[in-house]
Design a protein. Sequence first.
Length: 235
Amino acid sequence: MKNMTLLQHFSELRRRILWVLLFFLLAFVCGWYVSPMLQDFLTAPLLSVWNDGTLLYTGLSDGLMIQFSLATLFALIIVLPVMLWHAWAFVAPGLKKNERRLIWPMLVASPVLFLLGAGFAFYFLFPVVFRFFVELNQSSPVPSMLMPVARDYLSFAIGMLKIFGVAFQLPLVMILLNKIGVLPRSRVLKVRRYAIVLIIIAAAILTPPDVVSQIMLALPMWALFEVSILFMRRD
């Protein structure tokens, strides 16, 4: 690819983008059929702590929009490895040997860390937070009926999964910056206390305004920060 002309590079890029779009469309069609199962999966943490719970549809198009959103989410998850592979295949011929050794593990680790973050939110955060909210609403001193809107709940759940998935990329970013010489280990050690404060502030901003979810994001990020230091190259 080093001897290719600019026009040939654009042609190669267009071809790879078209392949990614084709995989996305196929995954979207599959996602359309599995979206009811995906909705059932995403609502399981709430219903597990809320006996006889019911989600509310406020409009005739709610079911359609939820199915479309979940099919899109499914397609994005499925197409991500394909997109990363095509990105790697496009840029790899122009990279040096040491750069290829650095980037390939990052491409593998990034989806794994994202799934770990989303899994932590789904299996550990959601049951605790949802139980807290359900019990708080049910203990209201005035007569009330808890009936969350389905679209709002799914937007909240998916948003939290994304936040935790992205937050778990912290070690990857730190190690990458360290390997290319931008972030020396000694500098990280000097600003460690300030970094911990920033992690706490970020957790407070990104999560709902309850202490439980903020702590459950801040603690893993802090742990990942400390683990990242262990794998950083010593100055």
